[in-house]
Every structure is written in C-alpha cells, then in structure tokens.
Design a protein around this ligand. Structure first.
Ligand code: ANZ
Ligand code: ZN
Length: 817
C-alpha cells in the first residue's frame, strides 16, 4: 500500500519550498508576452479572510498559473488598501493604533493567501498607508490641483455621525453611509473635491472600449446620467433670475409653478416675510432626509410657498415659486419649472397643493387617453402654445430652444447626474492633503520636493465630535512655513478618502520600489494596462469610476499611453453562508479558510470553490461540498501512488484514451479561458473515472495511459498546486510543475468521433442515429425523436421512459394513449 494523501504535510512542505525559491517572482521580459491579472486590493480588516473571499482569489490564481504555463510573463500582485475608515474604525473599536492593526492584519491576510496556494509575487506587495506609497498619492493630488481638477469649496455634504466624517454623495445613498451606518445628515462644510464631472463625456465614451459586464457599464452610464436639455431663465418681479433645467423645453407653456430645492441659494431672498417661518422649518426638516426618500414616488410631494412669483419668458405668465424637496440641489440648477400636465412628479405636486394643470401637448391618437386626470408624458401635437400650436411636439422643442437662445433667456445644455468627487475626510487615517494656508499667500500647494507630507504618529486619533480631523489638534503638524513667503502658515488637516489611494495602485505594482516617480514609465509601459481585473460587484461605481477618471486624466498629462486601466473586468458571485445570507462577520455565518485547510487541505478548498457553481453566480457554502472535493483528490492521489510504484512495461496505444486526453486538454484550456471553472472540475472528475475504469479492467499497461497520467498532473497544476507539485516530484521529475509548459492538443485527435446509436423501442431495434461520441443523453434523445423511423413507431403512443446507455443504446418505452 502507498502512503495515504496527507495535504497538511504536503502543503506546508511546498509552501516553504516555493517561498525559499521565490517561485512566483516576475521581472520584465520584453521578448515575452505579458499578462497582468489583478484582484481588487482588499482593506485588511481584523477579521481576516473567509471562504467567500477565496471565490475571488482562487479563480484569478488559476488563470495566472494557466497563463504562466502558456508562456506568458504574468504579473499577479497583491497589496493592501490600508488607509481609510474601515481600518481606522476597527482600530478605534479595539483601542489599538491603526498602524499596529494594519501591520498585524496585513500579515494575517498574507499568511492566509499563501496558505490557500495563491501565486502572488510578494516582492511587489504594497501598502497604501506607507509614506513610500502615499507620497505619490499626494503627488497626483498636486497634478490634479495644478490642472484645476482639485478645488476647495463650501457646500452641503453628507455627514455620517458614526464615522464622524463627511461622505461623498457617491458613497452616502439611501440615508445610510457607504458602510451601512444610518442617520446620515447634511452639513455645510468646506472640503476638497476632484472635478470628475469634467471627464463625464470621456468616461462615457471609454465604456465602449472595454470588455466589462454589461450591467456594470449600465450602472456607470446611469451614474454619470447624461441628459440633453435646456436651461431656461425665469425672472422674479424684482428682476432676480432663477434658471431651471429641463429636458422638455416644449412644455414651457404648461409651466404653472416653479420649484426650488430647499438648499437652493435663492431660497432666503425669495421668501416673503409672512412665509419665513414655514420655509425655514421645511428647509430644516429636509436636511435629515436622504435623496432616495426625497425622490421616492410613494410619498406625498411636500413643499411650501415662498410668497414670490416669477415670469415665464415665453408667455409672460406669472407663476408662484415653491420650495419642495423632490427637487434636488445638486442636479441641473437646483430648480425646476413645474409642468403638471406632462410630468408625473409635478402632477402629484400640483394635485397635493391645488395648483393648476395646463395641457400643451395632445396625443395624436384619438383615444380615450386624452384624460385630464393624469400627466401625459408622451409626444404629440402642441395645443394652447402660442405660435407653436399645431406643431409636432418634438419639432416645437427645437423651435422653442432656438427662440429662447435668440431671446437670450435660455440655452441648450447637457447635464450630468454625477457630481464632483468629494475627497476630504475629517479623519486621521488617510493621506494628508498637501496644501498649506498662509495669511498672505492664501491656499498654497506643498512643493513636490517637500513630499511626502508625513502623517504624524499620534496616539489621539479618535474623532472628538467637533467635525474637524484629529490632526487639527496636533500643533506640530498644523504649524508650518509658507512655501512661498516663508512666514508661519497652517497645514490642511483633512485627509483623502481611501478611494484616492485605490485610484492608481495598479500602476504602482508595475514598479513598487521605484523612487523617482509614482511608477517607472518603462515598467508601466510593459505591464499595463491590466488585462484582467476581478472583484466584487459592489464596486460598480465608486472605485471603478474613480480609477478610470485618474487614468483618463494621467493620459491627458501624457503620463500614460492608454486611457482605460482595466481592459477586462469580471465579478465573482457572492458566497452565502449555510444560513442563506451573505457571508459576513456581522452575520456570524463566516467560515474561515484556516479551518477548512486544516480539515481538508488547501487544494480541496480550491477545488470546491471552483466546482460549486459558475464563477459569476452566488453560491451557498456546504461542508459536504468540500468533503466531495477532498474525496476527488484522494482518488487522484491513489491513482498515482498506486501506479508509480509499479514498474510496468508500457507499450501499445489506446486510441480511446488518447482521444479523451486530447479532448480534455482542449476543454480545460477553453474553459479556464472563459471562466467555466466548475466544468473544468467536472471534466477532470470524468477523466479520472475513465483512468480508474481502465485500471480495473486491466487496460492500463499502455504508453497512452502513462502519458495520460503525466498530462493530468499538468492540467491540474493551476487548480490544485500542492498535490500536483508533490506527484510531479514523486514521479521523478525535476523543477517545479508550475514552471512547465501547458500541454497542447491535436485538434484532429480531439475531434469527436461519430457514433451510431441503435434505438430500441419497446425492446426491438428500430433505427440507428448518428451522434458525436460526447453527446449527452438529451442530445441523443433529440436525434432519436427527429428520426422519421422512430416517429413512425411511436406515433399515437405515449413515451413513458427513455434510458440511455452512453455510447451503446437508447431504449424507449411507450404505452398506448
Ligand atoms: C420640465 C419638464 C416637463 C420636465 C416635463 C420633465 C417633463 P432627467 O431626464 O433625469 O435629466 N429636474 C431638473 N432639475 C431637477 C432637480 N434638481 N431635481 C429634480 N428634478 C429636476 O430629468 C430632467 C428633468 O427633471 C427636467 O425636465 C426637470 O423636469 C427635472 F413634461 O422640466 B423637466
Ligand atoms: Zn505665504
């Protein structure tokens, strides 16, 4: 008897051997094709990895290993998104300095990642909270600043009372912050922004160039939210101009009121004395409502009258000005012309507040739908619209826009739903913003040669509730010298949100030790862009949009020769716990790789993670599943260890097996390339079954069988790196299995053999059908029922049973109907 399969022994042995030989270290090799395979870099939480994270890291590892064997120079790096609220929050909760927790956590993450057999080049590990790294994040800030794309402004922002910091509106959605804390509210604060809106058009256009899932592209398109329309100026009786943004200029004749967002800067001036109390109470109440609530259709449309009126520039109608929270401050001009006859929200508002409804477009179809008890949102013919009456509404839209432009009371414009990116955080654990305030010189950028602005090592990093960063009370940090006049000055104390660090890290991986710039241009050119980027679908906008923005900007600065950072993107499905909920520490349904590796081995964990479902599908963890994976590896082990100990004279060929082997190489290659990992595993399982069959029936003393065993190790190497390395060496081979060439297949041998399958109906052979040897039961059945002969025998009968003996015969049993 051979040694039993003992993954714990094998795995720790090879882990150390690979580390000692630096097996996965890569350098640029200009003569070799490159492949850059990247995982979203994680923030190192104290909880460590659970098996859900492995659904990201195992498949990308398989692809990296496969591409390496295919002759590519593969960059497969890993690093830590260490700055930012999650890490800091964790540090606060545990009363330990974030530097200390970060170092401890990254060490743990790295240990776990190595344990599951990932082939990262650890010599390239980066940590965004290290000065060697954030110095360049600051450098990029200065580049954006020089180009007018970083600016400071005081405006309404979302404030999370739990995180004690502002959040970008991108992050705060639905009344909770991006980390899920409730009670997010609006505050007016000075803060730094990146002018991502300048890149709206390019970010939209770029989506057509990249191979990303359609749903992610759609989310980004909607997020950017491009609308073509008109800015129309209404004037108050005292001559104040109130511009509105509309996508339907042709409805201007139907405007019966004007609505301002409660945050609109004109609200105080337009509010009459008698309405002051009501308006300010309303404005106050709005500051606690989320955008989602405000836009929800299920609520009554609330609002208050300001007491003022404006004049419609086209028909001089005098209409009242209201304040209503369904109008958002940050979209268009923060004001709308209310056209209840043709807009559903305006209609609701008009009904609730007894405002008139005036129809100016009529449907062309003469139907009962000319009702006046709802908004008509379609196109049609203009009615009651001055000189435009009788025109088709789409034509009227153009003519009205022309007229407004000649009158100087309107202008065609494009609006985006997207806002500028709020980057300031009133927090300690982030990249300091490299700006100094001087009484004489004002806002001064820190000169490049003075970078990095070091984050001081302080013990008092807990926000004090003042709304200022903990850095603000660090005199040593705040006090500095103005770079221009050399007089005393103060440092900016806000830090950058973590999304700044993650907007360029993929460039740093190409030359992580480079000191003359954020990256070595030559290395960047060799490795970039990222060929495959894999991570969770929750990053559909924030990170993935910001990183695209920086890349577009850097391309415009001639720092990069490409505009899109990630050529191809994939999202792995989520892992659900055994309770049916998404696996997470807070749910208490976490399963750790540590426990699974200890019980079944890393290879079994990998096989199970790949086998459980198609890559992009959500899956439920099951212990039986990983046990099955372990049994499969036991079978593989036994197949080899029983065989290699026998000295047998191998001669003669086995054509059947040869075909199956070439088909297997072809299938595995194609399936890895198209991420059908679950079917990779099932093909391997079938092939192993075949080898067992041949073993038991004595047909294993062939050269082909020997070859099949050798090849199978190579095919399994990307999937189960430990067991294959062990078997490779037990078979007497030199060097690592992971440095071998991927086997090739002969398409002619791999081609399907055509089989003739006899069709037996109620015990008698009635027909023969031709199918490919790999045809499934369904395919054979289909072929059978298409045959005229079969139809002849079963006509008028009911099929009660169909049994297929693979490759041999199809039995059909029928009964009289
Ligand atoms: C008058 C009108 C009449 C409108 C009509 C629509 C239909 P999209 O397509 O999403 O860009 N709007 C403008 N600014 C707004 C704001 N700050 N908050 C809430 N709504 C706002 O939507 C553009 C339309 O949304 C604009 O066109 C405006 O209403 C409204 F029959 O103007 B419309
Ligand atoms: Zn100065």
């Amino acid at each position: 008897m051979s040694e039993p399969y003992n993954p714990q022994v094998i795995e720790s042995k090879w882990l150390h051997a690979w580390q000692a030989s630096d097996l996965y270290r890569v350098i640029e090799q200009p003569d070799k094709p490159k492949y850059y395979c990247l995982d979203f870099f994680p923030y190192p939480s104290g909880d460590g990895l659970h098996v859900g994270h492995c659904r990201n890291y195992v498949p990308t590892d398989v692809i990296s290993r496969y591409m390496r064997m295919r002759g590519y120079n593969v960059l497969h790096p890993m690093g830590w998104d260490a700055f930012g609220e999650p890490t800091e929050q964790h540090a606060i909760a545990h009363g330990v300095h974030p530097r200390e927790t970060t170092d401890r956590n990254t060490a743990n993450f790295r240990r776990q990642m190595e344990m599951i057999g990932t082939s990262y080049d650890w010599s390239r590990e980066i940590d965004s909270s290290r000065p060697e790294y954030y110095r360049w994040t600051q450098w990029f800030f200065l580049k954006l600043y020089e180009n007018g794309l970083a600016y400071r402004d005081t405006s309404w922002q979302w404030w999370c009372p739990t995180c004690q910091t502002t959040q970008s509106s991108h992050e705060a959605a639905g009344g909770t912050c991006w980390r899920g804390h409730p009670g997010v509210e609006k505050r007016q604060l000075p803060a730094w922004y990146f002018r991502i809106t300048d890149y709206a058009e390019q970010l939209l256009a770029g989506l057509d160039q990249i191979d990303w899932p359609d749903r992610i592209k759609t989310i980004q398109r909607n997020w950017i939210g491009r609308s073509e329309g008109c800015r129309i100026e209404f004037k108050t009786e005292s001559g104040r101009v109130v511009p509105v943004f509309t996508t339907r200029p042709e409805t201007v004749f139907g405007a019966t009121f004007l609505c301002l967002a409660p945050e609109h800067s004109s609200v105080p001036e337009l509010t009459h004395e008698s309405q002051k109390y009501a308006v300010s109470a309303y404005v106050d109440a709005t500051s606690r409502k989320s955008e989602i609530d405000r836009q929800s259709d299920s609520h009554k449309k609330t609002g208050v009258f300001t007491g003022d009126f404006v004049i419609n520039p086209l028909n001089n109608a005098r209409i009242p000005v209201w304040v209503a929270d369904y109008v958002l401050p940050s979209y268009g001009s923060g004001a709308v012309m209310g056209v209840p006859a043709h807009d559903e929200r305006d209609y609701q508002f008009a009904i609730d507040h007894h405002l008139p409804v005036k129809y100016v477009i009529k449907s062309e179809e003469i139907t009962a739908s000319d009702s006046t008890s709802e908004a008509y949102t379609g196109s049609g013919v203009m009615v009651d619209a001055g000189s435009f009456t009788g025109l088709p509404s789409q034509q009227a839209a153009e003519k009205i826009a022309d007229l407004l432009e000649t009158q100087g009371t309107g202008k065609r414009t494009v609006r985006y739903r997207m806002h500028d990116w709020l980057i300031s955080r009133q927090r300690y654990w982030g990249t300091p913003i490299p700006i100094v305030y001087c009484d004489s010189c004002g806002e001064v950028p820190v000169p490049e040669e003075d970078l990095p602005v070091l984050l001081p090592e302080i013990s008092d990093f807990i926000p004090d509730g003042s709304g200022r960063s903990p850095l603000a009370s660090q005199e040593d940090f705040v006090k500095t010298i103005c770079p221009i006049c050399k007089e005393p000055a103060r440092r900016e104390t806000d830090t950058m949100g973590g999304f700044a660090c993650s907007s360029w890290y993929f460039l740093r991986f190409t030359s992580p030790q480079y000191h003359e710039g954020p990256f070595d241009p030559q290395s960047m050119r060799y490795w970039s862009p990222v060929d495959l980027y894999v991570g969770g679908v929750e990053h559909a906008v924030l990170h993935l949009l910001y990183a695209r923005f920086w890349t577009h900007f850097l391309a415009d600065q001639d720092l990069l020769p490409f505009r899109e950072p990630f050529s191809r993107l994939l999202n792995q499905g989520q892992m659900m716990g055994t309770d049916g909920y998404r696996m997470s520490k807070s749910r208490g349904n976490v399963i750790t790789p540590d426990r699974m590796v200890a019980a079944y081995g890393a290879d079994a964990l990998r096989v199970y993670e790949l086998f459980m479902a198609p890559f992009e599908q959500d899956v439920h963890w099951s212990d039986e599943g990983i046990q099955g994976a372990r049994r499969f590896l036991n079978r593989v082990w036994k197949l080899y260890t029983d065989n290699y100990q026998k000295t047998y004279s191998a001669d003669g060929s086995d054509y059947d097996l040869e075909r199956a082997l070439h088909q297997l190489i072809k299938d595995i290659s194609q399936r890895i390339e198209s991420q059908r990992f679950n079917t990779v595993i099932s093909a391997l399982m079938e092939f192993v079954n075949m080898l067992y069959e041949k073993y038991y029936n004595g047909s294993w003393r062939t050269e082909t069988y020997h070859q099949a065993l050798e090849t199978l190790i190579l095919l399994m190497a990307p999937i189960a790196p430990f067991i294959t390395e062990e078997l490779w060496h037990q078979a007497g081979n030199q060097g690592s299995v992971h440095l071998q060439d991927w086997p090739s297949w002969d398409p002619e041998i791999a081609a399907d053999k055509v089989l003739q399958i006899p069709i037996q109906i109620n015990g008698k052979k009635r027909a023969l059908v031709e199918v490919e040897s790999s045809a499934s039961k369904t395919e054979v059945e289909e072929a059978a029922f298409e045959s005229a002969k079969v139809q002849q025998y079963i006509s008028g009968q009911k099929v009660v049973e169909v049994i297929y003996v693979p490759g041999k015969i199809l039995n059909i049993r029928t009964e009289k109907q």
